[in-house]
Write a new protein. Structure first.
Length: 215
């Protein structure tokens, strides 16, 4: 019996994950059945179960791949010298993510955000996805902290600011974009970049600043 090459195995696994991701994006994790995945991937049950024992394993694999794509996209762009500003970085990461995840067909800007929201929601019921997400988040947070520290060393950000607080705020801004786009649409990446650029460029005179209040 001929030995199956690793390239063939990798291509078949890729075929399954791409088909599953299309199903999940269109119908959600829970409304998608294994039969839906088989049909979309164009494979038999035996071929799919050789790689994944259940739909839950496929969900975890799609979630892990999506989060790894976020990390790889960020790392590839944030390493530039000088470092990109937040609006440049986020715009480039969004574009790279769409290519890595194959989300380049048509003008639909909501497919990727909707998939990410499903991944986040799945953490509430799937311990494996929760673990993957936690690992991915902490790794990304470390990368953002390093970037904020690079900003501080160049005098772009107040050196007295807590780098982790700034990093978490920037991450929250990106998450907010994805949530808004997934739920309501209407904001393409270029518009988001413009809005973020306007915010980070704010130059409020010191005498007009109001002290933050704790509630």
């Amino acid at each position: 019996m001929a030995r199956v090459s690793q390239e063939h195995l990798d291509a078949r696994r890729r075929q399954i994950l791409d088909g599953a991701r299309r199903c999940f994006t269109s119908n959600g994790f829970h409304a998608t059945s294994m039969q839906d995945v088989l049909r979309e991937a164009g494979l038999s049950a035996g071929a799919v179960y050789r790689y994944f024992r259940s739909k839950e394993e496929i969900v975890a694999a799609v979630a892990a791949e999506t989060l790894e794509s976020v990390r790889v996209s960020y790392a590839a762009i944030a390493a530039a010298d000088p470092p990109p500003t937040p609006d440049e970085l986020i715009g480039a990461v969004l574009s790279r993510l769409r290519v890595l995840l194959g989300d380049t067909d048509g003008d639909d800007q909501r497919a990727l955000p909707q998939l990410l929201m499903q991944v986040w929601g799945e953490t509430l019921r799937n311990p494996e996805v929760a673990r993957v997400l936690a690992d991915g988040y902490h790794g990304l947070l470390g990368q953002w902290i390093a970037l904020v520290e690079a900003y501080q060393s160049r005098g772009w950000v107040d050196p007295g600011a807590d780098a982790e607080h700034v990093a978490r705020t920037l991450i929250a801004t990106v998450q907010g974009y994805f949530v808004q786009q997934a739920l309501f649409g209407g904001m393409d990446p270029a518009g988001f970049r413009e809005g973020l650029r306007a915010l980070v460029a704010m130059n409020v005179p010191e005498e007009e600043r109001r002290p933050a209040r704790e509630h």
